[in-house]
Design a protein around this ligand. Structure first.
Ligand code: GDP
Length: 351
């Protein structure tokens, strides 16, 4: 799946739309040669102006509506992200106000065309058309805040991470510098896509790998799962919720060498928090940098994990040690689940 906001167009503001529509109406009117008596000519010309202004404005607004996915149609991962980034309710309200404007302008168009057709006075006909212009302009001014809001939202949303929601996803967690991105590179295609992720300054790392004809996705969200929960703000909490919708498995990394700058006790503390936060998720815990770590420290972490009933695996991501074994464990956990899903889908289709 692609970023659902990829096709969202740049959004013109009220003044720009009004200018464009009035200009187009003048052009159309000057290119048009009405026939008949003076009243009939006035009617035709003003009707053309009214229709053109209405069409240009509604086309512009409808384009925004058509190319922006409705909030409720989005997969829950993107709904959470949307809320995190731009506030789901505001976004919905802005789209609803555009929809309202489209309908109202259409109604006014019909009403004013009717009035123009029934009027017998060229001056009155011109006045009606000006009145229509005025009302339409004021409708657009009414929704201008919403247009501005959507434009800002678009700038954020079109940079949302391109994450394939259909792939089984593995989330990497652990303190900064423990080796998350090194491991991600080792596990996946050499050059993971680094998508920008507006609530972390560092971007989200996404990579994929294929094994036994199944594709897996690995993501690393710097700044998100690498600090104690109490330090997180509301936005980050929501982003974590988004991860819960997406992830199938957590790979948690310890750095027993402590070269990352976090003493082992602190790493244990964070692990307990993430473990609790993602209760019910399968975890694979790896001890990284075993090429330089002190054996006593490694054993200390292993003991800590064993007491909690958690198996761990020694790796050295930079040298590629233990990676094959890690992949095997990942697949052992995820594959049965994926097969069950595929199997169930087959049953549903076969019914
Ligand atoms: P992240 O912040 O968790 O993504 O950590 P990085 O992947 O950027 O790694 C932090 C530092 O640790 C980098 O300088 C890596 O080269 C180094 N590093 C990662 N894995 C290993 C390893 O297995 N052994 C050693 N000695 N260094 C490693």
């Amino acid at each position: 799946m692609k970023n659902p906001f990829e096709k969202m167009p740049t959004i013109l503001l009220a003044d720009e739309i009004i200018d464009k529509a009035f200009r187009r109406a003048e052009k159309a009117a000057s290119a048009f040669t009405p026939r008949g008596n003076i009243v009939s000519k006035a009617r035709q010309r003003e009707e053309l102006r009214i229709r053109t202004v209405s069409n240009v404005i509604r086309d512009n607004l409808r384009k925004v509506l058509n190319r922006t996915p409705g909030v409720s149609t989005l997969p829950s991962f993107y709904q959470e992200l949307l809320d995190t980034l731009v506030d789901k309710r505001m976004f919905h309200k802005a789209l609803a106000s555009i929809n309202w404007a489209v309908k109202t302008i259409r109604t006014l168009e019909e009403r004013y065309v009717e009035k123009v057709r029934y009027s017998r006075d060229p001056k009155e006909i011109a006045r009606l058309r000006r009145e229509f212009y005025g009302r339409v302009a004021s409708i657009l001014k009414d929704i201008n805040d919403n247009l501005e809001y959507l434009n800002k939202a678009r700038d954020v949303l079109k940079d949302m991470p391109v994450i394939d929601l259909d792939l089984p996803t593995i989330v990497i967690a652990g303190h900064p510098n423990v080796g998350k991105s090194t491991l991600l590179r080792r596990l996946t295609n050499a050059k993971p896509e680094i998508a920008t992720y507006p609530f972390t300054t560092k971007g989200i790392n996404v990579g994929q790998f294929e094994e036994h004809w199944l594709r897996y996705q690995v993501i690393d969200t710097p700044g998100l799962l690498d600090r104690p929960l109490s330090e997180r703000n509301e936005i980050e909490r929501q982003a974590i919720l988004a991860l819960k919708h997406l992830g199938k498995l957590i790979i948690y990394i310890f750095d027993p060498s402590e070269y990352c700058g976090y003493p082992i006790e602190e790493q244990m503390h964070l692990f307990e928090e993430v473990y609790r936060e993602f209760g019910g998720f399968p975890f694979i815990v790896v001890l990284n940098k075993t090429d330089i770590a002190n054996e006593d420290k490694i054993r200390e972490v292993e003991e800590f994990l064993r007491e909690r009933g958690v198996e761990s695996l020694r790796i050295a991501a930079e040298k590629g040690l233990g990676i094959e074994e890690l992949k095997k464990r990942v697949i052992k956990i995820i594959k049965p689940e994926m097969e069950a899903i595929v199997h169930n889908m087959g049953r549903i289709e076969g019914e």
